[in-house]
Write a protein that binds this ligand. Sequence first.
Ligand SMILES: *Cc1c(COP(=O)(O)O)cnc(C)c1O
Length: 416
Amino acid sequence: MVNQEWGFKENKDLHAAANFTIRNILEAIMGNIDETQTGKQMVHLGHGDPSIYPCFRTSTIVEDALVESVRSANFNCYPAGVGIHPARRAIAEYLSKDLPYKLSSDDVFLTAGANHGIEVVLTLLGRPGANILFPRPNYPIYEARASFSPLEVRHFDLLPDKGWEVDLDGVKALADHNTVAIVLINPGNPCGNVFTFDHMKKIAETARDLGILVIADEVYAHQVFGDKPFIPMGVLGDIAPVMTLGSLSKRWIVPGWRFGWIALTDPTGILQETGIASSLKSCLTITADPPTVIQGAISSVIKKTPDSFFININKLLKESADLFYERIKEIPLLTCPHKPEGSMFAMVKLNLSAFNDVVDDTDFCMKLAKEETMVLFPGNAVCLKNWVRVSFATDPAVLEDAIGRLKQFCLRHAKP
Ligand SMILES: *Cc1c(COP(=O)(O)O)cnc(C)c1O
């Protein structure tokens, strides 16, 4: 027998980062679910994937586009590193409709979903000593990915009493000459908020004054159903350069397709000048691509999906958001400070002092899973302890049932 020590070993940093992802946290909560014990069917309001509900099924036009792409046999090849040209052009045209200037296909880079876009952007911005500004609460993949980059993470607050607007004074206080970028998610995950033009302008001006890039995560673009319209951050690209992350996952309800993009909305050419645009290209050349068959379908998906599909999805989301917001008021142990106006989520505060035997948000989610066969996402995992994130993107009957269970649970655990 050869007596040797292996040159490789378990990477504990990887576990630490993965533990922080939505998937892993949900897995831990799901460990408490036992349908046979409670006799109740599981209700999952823990993530933003309504694709399992028939009412949220994607358009047949979208499905047909993929079938045609496969059948054409034109897309069995390797794609170009930054994506095939017709797909890039279709996305450039799609995004340009909402911008005061035209994007070209060279401004668009295809990714295997927005999560891949996050990985790419954090990789190319990472250098020792640099720091990046993330919102609190945040979409947790950002923290998980940043832990593998030399970037130091600094959190600014989103303010619940101001409709989850950015605490701009906080941003200014956090930033220094080593700050590279600020991340914004609009429409918001996890808060379900939508930024106004005036507020976005202030954010852009702050970024310009600080000399930093704006990373605009717009995977919920156009998924708005309150009073505020969706305005892409790229509209303000002449104030500060913007990298926009987009995706098919949420608007087209096909998260399993793994298709997204990074768009440079930079009319003044700062990203070219600083070389960040060319680093982006290099970065994409050495990472995974979205499958070529998906890229081959994109032009049809973008051009042919009828408006009626999007209108219907927003109508469903609005009905669910209204139902959720009204019914949650019946539970005095919970507070939802802001009615969701976009995306698929709302943040709900646990009034812990009113609970008898719930110590924190994780405990709440674990006990809720065990007793009510129901999944919510603990706020701790989106950097806001003792809140929970609720996805209301479900069938209305399922949501009604879920709120009923939530109420029963809270009443059972309330102080007398
Ligand atoms: C879902 C989500 C993503 C990831 O989108 P994919 O395209 O499925 O990778 C990125 N950012 C936010 C804010 C999300 O909610």
